[in-house]
Design a protein around this ligand. Structure first.
Ligand SMILES: C[S@@+](CC[C@H](N)C(=O)[O-])C[C@H]1O[C@@H](n2cnc3c(N)ncnc32)[C@H](O)[C@@H]1O
Length: 237
């Protein structure tokens, strides 16, 4: 389990307060309306995290959320009490129902580190989508867009807690380690340091396309993405 999500879920929304989730939800709605051919409006946000996309989509869709982290889901349930949020791994979802829309946004698919895992996840999405429904995936990067030694810094400066997350990414074969270093200061515990390696899978765009086509999707690339370069959209034929 990723340390960031299990240890710092309660600060996630503040650390990503600069992300325009409302704008992303509005554009997502436009994209869905343009491409979806099924008649229903059931939406599943896979790797929904703290549920912010759902918060902005729930009046337009019959929405549900799914994530591996109980800590992230606890925040999501608190924010959207009327919504069902389920815990599990996207590579082995067994929800016994289909959806008209499945989203997997903000780089979450990139937590899968092997082609076998990616194939299983896309099979799982295919099993849970209605004919004519759309799957929208936003990878953190692909083989084509990954830049070695990318650097990042994210700081949270609240009265009772200071968090600095700094990183330089490095690649070993087909896995990228984001190598987040966290410094967390509180009056109670002083300053703690921990490293979250955050291994991420590097797949080519063709690998995504091929696995989606194998699973009965007509694939389109939509540029730009919300936070990343592009979105991969699949319409279930
Ligand atoms: C970058 S966050 C994105 C959360 C949310 N979609 C957003 O846009 O704020 C990545 C999320 O992926 C979840 N996650 C990582 N691996 C997963 C897996 N195999 N199955 C389901 N969720 C996973 C994490 O728990 C985390 O909530």
């Amino acid at each position: 389990m990723n340390d960031f999500y299990s240890r710092l879920a309660r600060y996630y929304d503040q650390m990503y307060a600069h992300i325009d989730y409302r704008g992303a939800a509005d554009r997502l709605h436009e994209i869905i309306q343009k491409h979806k051919q099924s008649l229903g409006n059931k939406l599943l946000d896979v790797a929904c995290g703290t549920g912010t996309h759902i918060m902005y989509l729930k009046d337009r869709y019959q929405a549900m959320g799914f994530d591996i982290s109980e800590e992230m889901l606890a925040i999501a349930r608190n924010k959207c009490p009327s919504i069902t949020f389920m815990q599990g791994n996207m590579i082995s979802m067994e929800l016994n129902q289909t959806f008209d829309v499945i989203t997997c946004l903000f780089g979450s698919i990139t937590y899968l580190t092997t082609e076998d895992e990616l194939r299983l996840a896309l099979q799982s999405f295919s099993k849970h989508i209605a004919t004519g429904g759309v799957v929208i995936i936003e990878p953190l990067f692909t083989e084509e867009t990954y830049r070695e030694k990318g650097m990042g810094l994210n700081c949270l400066n609240l009265p009772d807690i200071k968090i600095a997350r700094s990183n330089v990414s490095r690649r070993e074969g087909n896995i990228v380690y984001l190598d987040f270093h966290f410094l967390i200061s509180t009056r109670e515990h002083g300053t703690a340091h921990f490293i979250d390696p955050s291994p991420m899978g590097v797949f080519s765009l063709d690998t995504f396309k091929n696995f989606m086509e194998e699973n009965g999707f007509l694939v389109k690339i939509i540029e730009p993405g919300f936070d990343k370069e592009f979105l991969i959209l699949g319409i279930k034929e």
